[in-house]
Design a protein around this ligand. Sequence first.
Ligand code: ATP
Ligand code: MG
Length: 358
Amino acid sequence: MHDNVYTISVIPGDGIGNEVVPQGLRVLDAVSALYGFKLNYRHYDWSCERYKATGKMMPDDGISQLRDSDAVFLGAVGFPGVPDHISLWNLLIPIRREFDQYVNLRPVRLLPGVPSPLANKQAHEIDFWIVRENTEGEYSQVGGRMFAGTEHEFVTQEAIFTRRGTDRILRYAFDLAVRLERNHVTSATKSNGIFHSMPFWDERYAVVAADYPQVRADQYHIDILAARFVMSPERFDVVVGSNLFGDILSDLGPGITGTIAVAPSANINPERKHPSMFEPVHGSAPDIAGQGIANPIGQIWSAAMMLDHLGQADAAACVMRAIEQTLAAPDRRVTKDLGGSASTAELGDDILSRIGKS
Ligand code: ATP
Ligand code: MG
């Protein structure tokens, strides 16, 4: 990054990724012109399409091609015909691992004009952040299967919690709570049922919390926490969880705020040694791909998170205002998933027309 010039690696990926990413780029172009910084894009066609043609999701030196960019802007990867383990393990997971993107960050915010399945919830009454550990924990490859096919068959599955990995995600959550001036963190645990890892998680939580006396630190077992997401989501500010618990909660979040089509996410390397990656929560949506009816808001909100990460907080806030004004407008043009009949590009137009107007 030099003098307000940023290099962005753009990977639209598969399916509706190709339809929503261009809307994200239009908004980024408009807002960067307005706020006086420049985004240089590098476009990559890495996808299942490419895999079918060449046998590779990305070239062998793919990671090093991305390494010196300031951020990765991703659509969605994965399509019927290519097994998930290929699209995941040959593209997304290498990027997350090589760039040590150990934080998966998701805002959970009820926007105006998006119906929540929870009755009586008004816009902004649900507004918190989920911080998910993204590199270790329950999703480990350590374990095995014995006596396969016999009646004595059994499997073991280990979870790995390092002190370094645990402390750094917890610390990120507390730093975020301070930065957002929310001063409240909730930990997802299950130390009453999981014998080794969760008591360790609680122990490290207490140690890290002690460094942030101004932050209220509470914790709930994952089962009751999930219930509280539904019963009283307004109580949360920053929720931190292990890889598995964070994964579950970060789908429950978009669940209580309406539709996954509007939800964004970020895979962050907080030390900024490597690029972070910004992508919508939704996938490539093969069922509607190619029709031009996908909702681009998840992608555009992800663009706002990227701007925030790049240090362009005012531009990020401007994008969020445009999204919210569009959703709240009586004459809004929204896509089918929100009850409208607008195309992807028309919803993009509507948001774009409000950039910088307030
Ligand atoms: P993945 O495995 O990558 O999560 P998936 O097929 O499980 O993908 P999605 O691709 O997110 O899940 O699609 C789930 C449902 O939500 C589909 O019916 C899809 O059409 C719908 N959907 C997802 N994203 C959007 C969007 N941006 N606009 C409208 N509908 C969407
Ligand atoms: Mg899926």
